[in-house]
Design a protein around this ligand. Structure first.
Ligand code: BDR
Ligand code: CA
Length: 317
């Protein structure tokens, strides 16, 4: 019998309710994905809080052997902007999570990522669901390891509009210079931007079904949705936008997405457009595509996948 090779991944993010759900899905897809490391970045909340949240989620998932490292607390050039209006004071408000039983590994995020890349036989995929600060720091410190990166699957940006300013999505708005380094690095980027993530929503009825699965992880996912929806409902959304999970689900279920390969520039200076991901949609500048921009998703299949993932942790208590 041949054993299927799993895709090695590094999860880098700023949990954050949707980062947390992205982690749960990556853990559920463990027959396809092998989480080699987890690295936290300042974003939705301060680095201290996002790091603590990753340690708590790893404890909830009983994943105590995956090394976790803290990364950059501030963007490359600017001061950190946080999003407590969406994610609360802890960055992951809502259900009470277990006290962390996983310590930090003792390396910085860049050191840990570099170690994983260096030691891996196969190319590694980086899933980056916060500001791109840690990833840019890695690319700057270790250009020799670029070839070991299969692709960087990010949540960030959008071809058409923003959510933090008219033109910019939060993750790119917070640290546009790092995003620019990443997009110009030559490493393929898969961009789950707002074009697709706003279509990947889960309604209250759907996450109540997840709650009713009954295992502690499914219940926690539903309670994260309860909290995240407070702000999203005020904004008129029909459900919780699964921004960050798209960056994971693309890796395991690419067939439910559609995309456009194109060249994307990051605007770091615009008066109105700082942090915008500017697509050369029609290839006018003659540059080869540096980015696969996801633009649509089969929402019902996405919800089904999320339901099955939560169910994989067991039924009942
Ligand atoms: C992104 O911003 C954060 O609030 C979410 O975690 C997601 O990564 C959406 O714009
Ligand atoms: Ca995030």
């Amino acid at each position: 019998m041949t054993v299927k090779k799993r895709r090695p991944i590094i999860l880098d993010g700023d949990p954050g309710h949707d980062d947390a759900i992205a982690f749960v899905l990556a853990a559920a897809f463990s027959d396809e994905l092998e989480i080699k490391a987890i690295t936290a970045v300042g974003g939705n909340q301060t680095l201290a809080k996002t790091t603590l949240n990753y340690r708590k989620i790893a404890t909830l998932l009983n994943l105590k052997d995956i090394p976790i490292a803290a990364g950059r607390d501030n963007p490359l050039l600017a001061d950190l902007v946080i999003a407590p209006n969406y994610h609360g004071e802890s960055g992951l408000d809502g259900p009470t999570l277990p006290e962390p039983e996983v310590e930090l590994c003792g390396l910085s995020a860049v050191e840990l990522m570099a170690k994983v890349l260096r030691e891996s036989e196969d190319k590694v995929t980086i899933v980056a669901t916060g500001p791109q600060t840690n990833v840019a720091a890695l690319l700057l410190a270790h250009p020799e390891l670029k070839d070991k990166i299969e692709c960087i699957s990010i949540m960030g940006g959008g071809l058409v509009h923003g959510n933090w300013s008219a033109a910019a999505e939060f993750n790119i708005f917070v640290d546009p210079e790092s995003a620019k380094i990443e997009f110009l690095s030559g490493v393929p980027v898969v961009m789950s931007g707002l074009d697709v993530t706003e279509k990947a929503y889960v309604t209250p009825e759907e996450w109540n079904k997840i709650r009713n699965i009954g295992n502690p992880i499914a219940k926690t996912v539903a309670e994260w949705c309860d909290f995240f929806y407070i702000r999203l409902k005020e904004l008129g959304w029909p459900g919780v936008l699964m921004h960050d999970p798209c960056a994971v689900v693309y890796l395991t279920h690419p067939e439910i997405f559609t995309w456009k390969d194109c060249y994307v520039e990051i605007d770091t200076e615009g008066e109105y457009t700082k942090g915008a991901t500017v697509p050369d949609y029609y290839g006018l500048n003659g540059q080869k595509p540096n980015c696969r921009a996801l633009v649509d998703v089969d929402r019902e299949k996405f919800v089904e996948i999320m339901y099955e993932a939560c169910k994989s942790f067991g039924e009942g208590k």
